[in-house]
Design a protein around this ligand. Structure first.
Ligand SMILES: *[C@@H]1O[C@H](CO)[C@@H](O)[C@H](O)[C@H]1NC(C)=O
Ligand SMILES: *[C@@H]1O[C@H](CO)[C@@H](O)[C@H](O)[C@H]1NC(C)=O
Ligand SMILES: [Zn+2]
Length: 486
């Protein structure tokens, strides 16, 4: 209840600004920044999500009903790594690779076969279909948010507009949302707080969608001022859904608390925050329509029928142009070949003509495994000069996060230390490039909930707790950077 009251307070303040908002809408029509097609309405009613026969549910249920997710432990079996390599060669879906275990999604029959070779295992998900269906329902009423028609909204009087904003916000975090709803929400936020932020496009994907970024700057009069930038990027990997509502939540709280929270106001006045909740736009759309566990983007590839580049292997540091295009880890033939990576490269490395700002913070949000990771991801043989500083900040971040809901996040270098015989390389990682090439001072990869109970199928009821603890951590991050001598 008190949250609703608070929201009301936030809404009344910017009401006057809605006139400005309407002007901005009119401008949207002419602006190159937006592709109108994104905002076309599909329905005007709030629909109850049909978990039965319609659309993706039936499709996905059939697809994954024989699938399991199993954690294979590395220790106690000399042949383990060999078997895991074998799993890779059979193109099994590897969910998570750590130094001590590997989580794999595989069909029941294949699972039996592998368990006979690696007895040291734990079944994480015994029926993927069932857990997938459960992850989509918050236990409360399950609503599929309709996309909003902003042509109509631009003529909507203030009061119903604010009501719509409140209603949309309230529903938004109850469940995972599809791309249209996310875009609608971001645009709604940008409209409500048009004095504090703007929604822009960083580029276009292979399938022609806009990569949207919310640029939050506070109410500093001179926008050309050389403000330092903190960039937050989510969903480089399409199936890591939790990163989207988590980043939307942070964007929402930053703008909504600007006037009421001194700490937030200082952070927005000092830095420009650029938040990209859905970097892999095409891939995310694909996880709703075809394959819940799709990871890469959807770019067509030369000389291959397989599609997609893994965005977190496509950056210019330690890039590996080889590899099988059909592989989930395929990072492209050239660095920045993926439109999404190229768009972020331009943003981070300051090469856009209008950008005269330097990026000091960069958080690349992934899931799962609850960890705060710093460069280098490429190999544990490389130690960053800032290792101690990273460690200090990471410890602070995990501590603050822990205070919110008691969750434990680990913190370490992003590389995976395998045994002496087998080395693990992570070519073309975003944080490595950000740190080494773009000289971003504080780059981290954050891997959100959970530690494997649900993995990518984190239940919707965990959206808000995950977002809340992340937001606490984010404020600490901003404060640390603003106080750090660098
Ligand atoms: C897995 O769950 C789905 C959905 O509840 C069900 O239709 C299917 O039969 C289950 N599969 C097995 C092997 O139990
Ligand atoms: C992105 O992909 C499209 C379609 O392949 C292409 O036409 C466009 O030029 C690309 N944009 C950038 C910024 O690379
Ligand atoms: Zn990831």
């Amino acid at each position: 209840m008190s949250r609703t009251l608070k929201l009301c307070a936030y809404v009344f303040a910017p009401l006057i600004l809605l006139i400005t908002v309407i002007c901005i809408y009119l401008d949207f029509g002419n602006s190159q920044k937006f592709r109108n097609s994104i905002w076309e309405p599909k329905s005007s009613n709030w629909e109850v999500l049909d978990e039965g026969s319609s659309g993706i549910w039936a499709n996905m249920n059939a697809k994954y009903q024989n699938d399991q997710v199993i954690r294979f432990y590395h220790e106690g079996n000399d042949a383990t790594r060999e078997v895991l390599l074998y799993a890779e060669s059979r193109n099994l879906d590897i969910w998570n690779t750590g130094s001590r275990y590997t989580d794999i999604r595989l069909r029941r029959e294949v699972a039996k076969e592998m368990i006979s070779m690696i007895p040291n295992h734990k079944v994480l998900i015994s029926n993927v279909s069932m857990v997938l269906a459960n992850s989509m329902s918050s236990g409360q009423e399950t609503k599929n948010l309709p996309p909003l028609d902003f042509n109509t909204l631009s003529t909507m009087p203030q009061e119903p507009f604010s009501k719509l904003y409140l209603k949309y916000t309230e529903e938004f975090y109850k469940n995972y949302q599809n791309l249209e709803a996310i875009n609608s929400y971001l645009r709604l936020l940008a409209s409500m707080y048009s004095d504090l932020c703007e929604l822009t496009s960083l580029g276009t994907t292979a399938e022609g969608r806009s990569i949207l970024a919310l640029r939050i700057h506070g109410r500093i009069p001179n926008k050309d001022e050389k403000k330092e930038v903190i960039i937050l990027q989510g969903t480089a990997h399409a199936r890591e859904w939790i990163s989207i509502p988590t980043l939307c939540y942070s964007a929402w709280k930053l703008v909504a608390q600007y006037d009421s929270d001194n700490r937030v106001r200082k952070l927005l006045d000092k830095f420009e925050w650029i938040i990209v909740p859905v970097l892999n736009v095409d891939g995310y759309a694909y996880t709703w329509s075809e394959d819940r566990f799709w990871t890469k983007n959807r770019q067509s590839l030369k000389n291959s029928n397989c599609k997609g580049i893994n965005i977190d292997n496509n950056w210019g540091f330690g890039f590996n142009g080889q590899g099988n295009p059909c592989d989930e880890l395929f990072g492209g033939l050239e660095p920045f070949e993926a439109n999404e990576t190229f768009a972020m490269f331009n943003l981070i490395s300051n090469t856009l003509p209008k950008e005269k700002k330097s990026t000091v913070g960069f958080l690349d949000i992934h899931s799962y495994s609850q960890s705060v990771l710093w460069p280098y991801a490429y190999s544990c043989d490389l130690l960053p000069a800032d290792d101690e500083n990273f460690q200090e900040l990471a410890m602070g971040l995990t501590k603050v996060l822990h205070q919110v809901h008691g969750r434990l996040y680990s913190h370490q270098q992003a590389c995976i230390p395998f045994d002496g015989i087998h080395k693990h390389y992570h070519p073309g990682a975003a944080i490595d490039f950000a740190y080494f090439n773009a000289e971003v001072r504080w780059p981290f990869t954050i891997r959100l909930r959970d530690v494997g109970d649900y993995g990518y199928l984190l239940p919707a009821r965990e959206i808000v707790p995950t977002s809340r603890e992340f937001y606490a951590m984010l404020l600490y991050y901003g404060q640390f950077i603003s106080e750090a001598a660098y």
